[in-house]
Design a protein around this ligand. Structure first.
Ligand code: DGJ
Length: 657
């Protein structure tokens, strides 16, 4: 067997093609000093050999009874292919090429400890072909059968769960044309060496984990197959989105760090400015004077960017109108948006704007002018959700309209921040002879890329009715993501813990609001609420006009502290602690501790103080915590004392030379 080794920072991924050249298979994947080999021994019975080997990418016609990633049919009524190995190309990564009537190339690239994988499929025959299944990759996971996933719904995204698979199959996905609230495109294993898979796609998708009868776990990741399949004309090439596999010898927490590092490499480096967003304070009831009143208070506590959310444009007094007609409402902004922005600037604030460019309200002017732009299935009424319809972003003219709308707004006004929302799933199939999901998502990505290119000064926040569009595709194109509309302290903490297992803190937009809790209504202090939001990209979403002077002072103190370490939060290794989290940079570390009440066993008798062992420090060096200096070894083992009289803590730990 010919083999190739992709070497990461601490792990390696070894892939091979046997002499017969009928497939590629995983040879080993894991830590470099002991990458778990995957070898199947013994004789197969009643099935072809391909059905038991750890195939990297299985094609129907090579493999029959075990799961396959590619199914292609042609006009002859067959859906079987037998591609044969042509060549390997090494360079930036690895390409393994196989040929039949289609030319299938398996692409690999190692980034940190993440293996990026995708396929391209070219139709080399004279006839149109149809792809019925078209995954990006399958990852054979050498050890483990406990599969962890993230599930949720609106207001409770990123809930952590796991399933043990002695044998059998577990599938999650989205049929919503958007990543979805229900599941994240993320599966991981638990164990000392942890493995994880994510898919970089913001449309419909599917991830499956299957433990075969041999006992080997294999995870497939790809775009959902549509009932009508993807058509591939002669000479045409289809390229899948990227799926990535990651491995860490530091368990699930280490796996999260590998994903974080990968996402940081794909992000722009920036100082996360503290913003104020008016949504929870005013909803659609926007009036410039009132917004300015909020802005004055926001500026006085140290906020740097003021974002006007939904409701600023004509026809938008509730969620039934306005979408598509992106003109500033003169009744809400009597001095125009320019006048409003000028007054924000006088307060020292940058300006941010909310948009939802993919949607259209049925009673908007846009819907009347361009009924052909509305996504619908021929002969059917389009599906109305949250009183809105979708534009058919798979169309070039619609993509151009969306780009022009954003470009015009960003070129006409002094906008530093854009919150891109998407408040409904894409359910109407549209013209199923076209790849609507593929084209719509590609256009979305093109527009985001173009924004970055042509308006580089604008920070973009991705949002989708809370956290329905959080995935690697978005993570590579926006500066930050909104995980959930649930900002109640204890609910939010749980959501953020789930988010952190797959997504980095610089992507985690988090606001302090007045929300009391949808699922857990226990009240928490303002300090607690700040510490939760300071663990990501801090924002304020409360009605500041109701805050007392004391509350404003507390807020100012936290914002000032946050500014002292926000770049560290955005750019450091994160370790989960008992009831908290620790961000470890080169010279400084920030520790958050939250009293959730879940493990509260304090009685009335004298007790020992609670200690929290820290992580990620150098045992041979000294660190200052408050006024005391401790050896790293002590902090790692004995930890810091947490005073239980407060419900949260933020400690700064500094390296002492
Ligand atoms: C859903 C978002 O998650 C909210 O923050 C807010 O922007 C609303 N949409 C506005 O309609």
């Amino acid at each position: 067997m010919r083999t190739w080794t992709l070497r990461g920072t601490t792990t390696s991924y070894v892939v091979g093609v046997p002499e017969h050249g009928q497939w590629a298979q995983l040879v080993a994947w894991g830590p470099q000093d002991g990458g778990a080999p995957v070898t199947v021994v013994g004789t197969e019975h009643f099935v072809p050999r391909a059905d038991v080997e750890p195939l990297e990418y299985a094609v129907r016609g090579v493999r029959y009874t075990s799961p396959v990633e590619l199914v292609v049919s042609g006009p002859d009524g067959s859906d079987e292919l037998r591609p044969v190995f042509v060549e390997a190309r090494e360079g930036d990564g690895l390409e393994l090429e196989f040929a039949d009537v289609v030319r299938v190339v398996l692409h690999y690239r190692m980034v940190g400890d993440v293996v990026e994988r995708w396929v391209s499929v070219r139709n080399d025959g004279p006839d149109e072909l149809v792809l019925h299944r078209h995954d990006s990759a399958a990852f054979v996971v050498p050890v483990g059968n406990i599969v962890k996933y993230l599930w949720g719904e609106w207001n409770s995204e990123f809930q952590q769960a796991s399933v043990t698979l002695p044998r059998g199959r577990f599938t999650i996905g989205s049929a919503q044309g958007i990543t979805g609230h229900s599941y994240s495109p993320f599966l991981a294993t638990d164990g000392d060496v942890a493995y994880g898979v994510q898919l970089a796609w913001s449309g419909s998708w599917e991830l499956s984990a299957e433990v075969d009868t041999i006992g080997l776990l294999r995870i497939q990741a790809g775009r959902s197959a549509s009932n009508l399949g993807l058509r591939l004309a002669p000479g045409e090439t289809w390229v899948s989105p990227k799926a990535v596999g990651a491995c860490s010898a530091e368990g699930a927490d280490g796996l999260a760090r590998v994903f974080h590092e990968y996402q940081r490499r794909g992000s722009r480096k920036r100082v996360p400015k503290t913003l104020y967003n008016s949504w929870f304070a005013t909803e659609f009831g926007i009036r410039a004077e009132h917004q300015l009143e909020l802005a004055r208070r926001a500026a006085s506590i140290g906020v740097e960017t003021f974002v006007v959310d939904d409701g600023w444009f004509v026809g938008r007094s509730d969620d039934t109108g306005g979408l598509g007609d992106w003109e500033v409402d003169p009744a809400k902004f009597p001095d125009g948006l320019d006048g409003f922005i000028a007054r924000l600037k006088d307060l020292g604030l940058d300006f941010g704007l909310w948009v939802e460019p993919e949607s259209v309200s049925p009673k908007s002017r846009l819907a009347a002018d361009h009924p052909e732009w509305i996504l619908r299935t021929a002969g059917r009424e389009p599906v109305l959700i949250r009183n809105q319809l979708l534009l058919d972003l798979s169309r070039e003219d619609v993509a151009e309209f969306v780009w022009n709308t954003l470009d015009r707004l960003l070129s006409s006004y002094n906008i530093s921040y854009l919150k891109w929302d998407a408040n409904r799933p894409r359910l109407d199939a549209g013209d199923g002879r076209r790849d609507v999901d593929g084209l719509a998502v590609s256009h979305l990505y093109d527009i985001l890329d173009r924004l970055r290119d042509q308006h580089p000064q604008v920070v973009v926040e991705g949002c989708a009715g809370g956290g329905a569009r959080v995935d690697l595709g978005m993570a590579a194109r926006v500066d930050t993501l909104w995980p959930s509309d649930n900002t109640a302290p204890l609910d939010r903490l749980r959501i953020q813990e789930g988010f952190r297992t797959g997504f980095a803190p610089h992507l985690m937009s988090s606001w302090v609001t007045d929300a009391e809790g949808t699922h857990d209504g226990r009240r928490r202090s303002l300090d607690f609420r700040f510490h939760v939001a300071m663990a990501g990209v801090l924002g304020i979403g409360a009605d500041l006009s109701r805050w007392t002077d004391d509350q404003l002072k507390t807020a100012a103190r936290h914002i000032e502290q946050y500014k002292g370490f926000r770049e560290l939060i955005a750019d450091s290794k994160v370790y989960g602690l008992t009831a908290g989290v620790q961000y470890v940079g080169v010279r400084r570390s920030v520790v958050f501790q939250w009293e959730t009440g879940d493990g509260n066993v304090r009685g009335t008798l004298p007790t020992r103080p609670r200690r929290v062992p820290l992580a990620g420090l150098d045992p041979a060096k000294n660190y200052r915590v408050g006024t005391e200096t401790y050896p790293g070894s002590y902090l790692l083992q004995a930890g810091v004392v947490v005073d239980d009289s407060a419900d949260s803590h933020c400690l700064v730990v500094d390296l002492v030379d």
